[in-house]
Design a protein around this ligand. Sequence first.
Ligand code: NDP
Ligand code: 8X3
Length: 254
Amino acid sequence: MTATVFITGATSGFGEACARRFAQAGWSLILTGRRETRLQALTDELSALTDVHSLVLDVRDRHGMEAAIAGLPAKYDKLTALINNAGLALGAAPAPQCELNDWDIMVDTNIKGLLYSTRLLLPRLIAHGRGAGIVNLGSIAGNWPYPGSHVYGATKAFVKQFSLNLRNDLVGTGVRVTDLEPGLCESEFSLVRFAGDQAKYDATYAGAEAIQPEDIAETIHWILTQPAHININSLELMPVSQTWAGFAIDRSRS
Ligand code: NDP
Ligand code: 8X3
């Protein structure tokens, strides 16, 4: 049986790199994202290597997700892997200056979208059984607080706890769950976060030798091809250039 991976957010960054990595390894792909032109171009390109099925989907659209997944061809009744990658940060301003709308979008995408794809695809992963796996894109932001992370980091903390809890409920099914927690990685993530501001994007990565999407794809491929009796619970990775800052202290009262 050919291994099949369902990837949310395959139109850029980690998702696109995963699509290429798994295609190279001969897996069938189910690719999703909102930007149809990009999705189609990637589908056309990778169809030369493997079987590719694409779905133009907004993960926040529960009914759209239900319909699209229910309508998958029978050959995808068993799924080897789900990469819950679609996600975003919006802004890095202090909480009092933030737009509630941006907070809604992060919660709806990073939490609710991930829940929809997980719940809707679990029966297919369980049907595959031993050796199947889910990789959820958490973040160092779910482990460590930093200024301006507030809701984004909190969504990733949710992803971590949900991933660990899900493992308990999947005991006996053979389905594995991993929370992957990258640090600074160079992708459109920062263009989205800074509303297309190229100068802020450049400043974020300047001289940092950030992790690249291909590095993340390689890591995810490694996680999902471990022997079937091994579950990588969580994996945090950073570029060597990134470490932790000290505690901040307000000295304005002296
Ligand atoms: P990119 O911005 O390059 O990619 C994000 C992907 O998510 C795109 O394909 C986008 O597709 C998709 N997406 C966003 N919103 C939706 C939506 N509502 N419905 C469907 N797809 C959506 O970022 P990265 O590749 O860097 O990020 C991928 C994941 O990794 C995210 O969850 C992010 O939080 C996480 N992460 C990123 C880090 C980084 O430093 N880059 C570090 C740690 C974690 P489209 O717009 O076409 O819908
Ligand atoms: C993205 C990594 O450090 O920008 O999840 O929050 S960080």
